[in-house]
Design a protein around this ligand. Structure first.
Ligand SMILES: *[C@@H]1O[C@H](CO)[C@@H](O)[C@H](O)[C@H]1NC(C)=O
Ligand SMILES: *[C@@H]1O[C@H](CO)[C@@H](O)[C@H](O)[C@H]1NC(C)=O
Ligand SMILES: *[C@@H]1O[C@H](CO)[C@@H](O)[C@H](O)[C@H]1NC(C)=O
Ligand SMILES: *[C@@H]1O[C@H](CO)[C@@H](O)[C@H](O)[C@H]1NC(C)=O
Ligand SMILES: *[C@@H]1O[C@H](CO)[C@@H](O)[C@H](O)[C@H]1NC(C)=O
Ligand SMILES: *[C@@H]1O[C@H](CO)[C@@H](O)[C@H](O)[C@H]1NC(C)=O
Ligand SMILES: *[C@@H]1O[C@H](CO)[C@@H](O)[C@H](O)[C@H]1NC(C)=O
Ligand SMILES: *[C@@H]1O[C@H](CO)[C@@H](O)[C@H](O)[C@H]1NC(C)=O
Length: 662
């Protein structure tokens, strides 16, 4: 069998036609390609019963095209003369356009593929095919075609990252969200002036898993056919995937915004009388208000001045003497080194009075003025919670910037969790206490402190454990010290750790309390499984912890993933609850993730019914080590071996990254 996949047509001259088809979609449909199976065994004789049956099928399809909702199948004949046919219209086209396209297609297909028992034809607006074999409800990825739209993209790396996200997202929605009817489109901002338009569709008779598999196969084609190009069309009989930088589908109408003028209805009826009353009441009222405001403002000003003085005093009290601190760490001696993080090295120090401290020597120039640094430091010092490592003070001396923290007795959580011996110390009770503590600490950062702090780098190595194994979150507010941009929103400097970062932050720099919730979910899974989030990369069955966990949970086998060193000494109820909370936290859609206040509520309560999580993003970390052979060479091997090679969503995601090394 011939496999046109791979014989990629790189120059797609259809572009101009496609443009036209958007505006004038009820006109002639835009032809894309056809495929006629042309072995002699697949020929039929003119005026044979196959011919008659084919005519029946085609006319049934055309007559159904206006009645049915964009998809129909038809059968005619018996035994070896049976003809099976179907058509599928693009999900966004109107009935008229659909019928028009199917009519054209059913005439063209017999003209272009005379006397063929098996044929396919694709238009922009619809697809039509027939065969002598049963073709309904079965996945069919051959023949496949890919076309690229050749203008090169300006920022290929950024584009790829966005694209991976987008196609994964579309695929999840098309395959697993029954409400979309196996069709979806998306619009995503690429740059301020460029938008990525995307579309995915499966034939509605496919199962969710087959649809998913089909689109994953199409995604795997992207690096082969269309890398660096601004657009692509990837077609096969069961599904289609397409993206480009212009709207090639009907963009859904913008939700109507209610007019703001409708609220006023004063100019009716007894307007004049009313306005007099209004004057009589309003003017004295305003005078009183103005008076009150003046009093209030002057009062506040006084308080503010007092407060500002307090603040200056506080900042001063937090500032420590550099030489004292330096001496306490024995001149930053290596033996006193406790660890090293993204922002600098942490040393253990001992003050003259015997108090132990942890000193973080910031390595990077924060690019912040002295005053700003002091203010941020003062703010962080005000955050006091038993699940946060307390900031005692700071030092500024020339280029040197030090942060002085309380010393936490034990090491960080990762030292226990990922150590084959020490992890046995972490009983389920301890783990659960850590989980609850971290959730409370985060909640305090997000909501209870006066300043909303988003951690942005929550991970096992940032959870310190005190002598009683209570967790204390470290390194919060570091992003603020370095990137004094904003409390919530978008940043150009992504500070964080791959594997813990949600896609919207890693890729677009968008962060919010929900990005911390994502990291919390990852941490939760690590605590329960004892597996590093990225450890799965090293195994043969390279699977991302999140997707692995999700699949197991979905199969009702979540407990199989629980750290074996726990030996069943755990509360099933608590473990399953935490598992579900974790999956809720790592959902791809930011809006679906719970806030930390709902998380603590879920943890505290025994009776709360938890929502059902949607799948996590098929998100790709930085140190991908793909072990899945890239899915190419489609032109070799038989059809049966292709359908036998099960391509899991994860593996396709992985092979994509292999093609796109960072
Ligand atoms: C079948 O099609 C292929 C390419 O489409 C062509 O190379 C081949 O000659 C055709 N065979 C017949 C018998 O028409
Ligand atoms: C098929 O049948 C029609 C009439 O039924 C006839 O006009 C036509 O010549 C036939 N074609 C062939 C190739 O036998
Ligand atoms: C439409 O399709 C249904 C089966 O899918 C078939 O029973 C019906 O006859 C078709 N309608 C027409 C007008 O051919
Ligand atoms: C349409 O396909 C379904 C299977 O998906 C099959 O059961 C049904 O008979 C088909 N209808 C027609 C009219 O061929
Ligand atoms: C196809 O069907 C016809 C009559 O229905 C029969 O004569 C012929 O032997 C069949 N061919 C095959 C390959 O089954
Ligand atoms: C697009 O990129 C390819 C490969 O990098 C290059 O050969 C080609 O000249 C580029 N085309 C344009 C129009 O820039
Ligand atoms: C995309 O860009 C437009 C215009 O620049 C803006 O109005 C819109 O909010 C952006 N959408 C998203 C999701 O960022
Ligand atoms: C405006 O006033 C008229 C007459 O009093 C009334 O019929 C109408 O419902 C009002 N409209 C609104 C939006 O309140």
């Amino acid at each position: 069998m011939i496999r046109p996949h791979g014989t990629t047509i790189t120059q797609l001259l259809l572009l101009s036609l496609l443009y036209v088809s958007v505006g004038f979609s009820s006109a002639t449909p835009t032809y894309v390609t056809e495929y006629c199976e042309n072995t002699t065994a697949n020929e039929f004789f003119p005026n044979s019963s196959y011919q008659l049956n084919l005519n029946l099928v085609l006319s049934s399809l055309t007559s159904n095209a206006s009645a049915r909702n964009g998809f129909s199948n038809a059968t005619a004949g018996q035994s070896n003369n049976t003809v099976y046919g179907l058509f599928l219209c693009r999900g966004d086209v109107t009935h008229d356009v659909c019928r028009n396209c199917v009519e054209t297609a059913s005439l063209e297909i017999i003209r272009r593929c005379p006397n063929r028992k098996v044929a396919y034809i694709w238009y922009d607006e619809c697809m039509l095919r027939y065969s002598n074999l049963f073709i309904f409800s079965t996945i069919n990825e051959v023949p496949g075609f890919s076309f690229s739209n050749s203008p090169n993209i300006s920022d290929p790396d950024g584009f790829r990252e966005l694209l991976i996200q987008v196609v994964n997202r579309l695929t999840n929605r098309v395959a697993f969200d029954p409400s979309v009817g196996k069709f979806t489109t998306g619009e995503y901002n690429f740059t301020s002036s460029q938008t990525l338009y995307s579309l995915a569709q499966c034939t509605p008779d496919l199962s969710a898993n087959d649809c998913n598999r089909c689109l994953r196969g199409s995604i795997a084609q992207i690096p082969i056919c269309c890398d660096g190009k601004q657009g692509a069309i990837i077609l096969n009989p069961s599904c289609s995937l397409r993206y480009d930088m212009y709207p090639f589908f009907r963009v859904t109408a913008v939700t109507e915004v209610p007019s703001t003028t409708t609220t006023t209805n004063t100019s009716t009826g007894k307007g004049r009388n009313r306005s007099r009353t209004i004057v009589l009441i309003v003017i004295p009222l305003i005078s009183v208000l103005v008076l009150l405001c003046a009093i209030f403002v002057s009062f506040r000003r006084k308080r503010k001045r007092a407060k500002a003085e307090d603040e200056v005093q506080m900042v001063d009290s937090l500032q420590m003497d550099f030489d004292t601190i330096k001496a306490s760490t024995n001149n930053f001696a290596d033996v006193n080194k406790l660890g090293e993080g993204g922002f600098g090295v942490v040393y253990k120090g001992r003050l003259l009075d015997g108090q132990e401290i942890a000193v973080k020597r910031l390595s990077r120039n924060s690019g912040q003025g002295e005053m700003q640094f002091k203010n941020e430091g003062a703010l962080l010092a005000k955050l006091q919670h038993r699940n946060l490592v307390r900031l005692l003070g700071f030092c500024l001396e020339g280029e040197e910037k030090l942060l002085i923290y309380e010393f936490v007795y034990n090491k960080s959580l990762d030292h226990f969790l990922f150590d084959p011996i020490k992890r046995a110390d972490l009983t389920w009770e301890k783990r659960y206490r850590i989980i609850v503590g971290v959730a409370r600490g985060l909640l305090y950062l997000h909501e209870d402190s006066r300043h909303r702090i988003i951690h942005r780098d929550l991970k096992a190595s940032n959870i310190l454990l005190d002598a009683q194994m209570n967790p204390k979150i470290a390194d919060f507010g570091m992003a603020r010290l370095f990137v004094p941009d904003q409390i919530e929103g978008k940043t150009r400097r992504v500070v964080g750790t791959y594997g813990y970062m949600p896609p919207e932050y890693a890729i677009r720099g968008q962060f919010s309390v929900k990005s911390d919730a994502f990291s919390f979910g990852v941490l939760l899974l690590e605590i329960m499984t004892g597996q590093r989030n990225n450890a799965f990369y090293q195994t043969e069955q390279a699977e991302y912890l999140l997707t692995h966990a999700w699949r197991r949970w979905k199969d009702g086998a979540a407990l199989e993933l629980i750290d074996p060193t726990l030996h069943d000494h755990y509360s099933r109820h608590e473990v399953l609850k935490c598992f579900q909370i974790a999956l809720l936290c790592v959902q791809e859609d930011v809006a679906d993730r719970p806030t930390m206040s709902s998380v603590t509520l879920m943890l505290d309560s025994y009776s709360v019914t938890l929502a059902l999580p949607s799948p996590p993003p098929f998100y790709i970390g930085s140190r991908t080590k793909s072990v899945i052979p890239a899915k190419k060479n489609e032109s070799q091997g038989s059809e049966s071996d292709q359908s036998a090679s099960k391509v899991s969503p994860q593996s396709v995601g992985m092979s994509l990254t292999e093609v796109y090394p960072r």
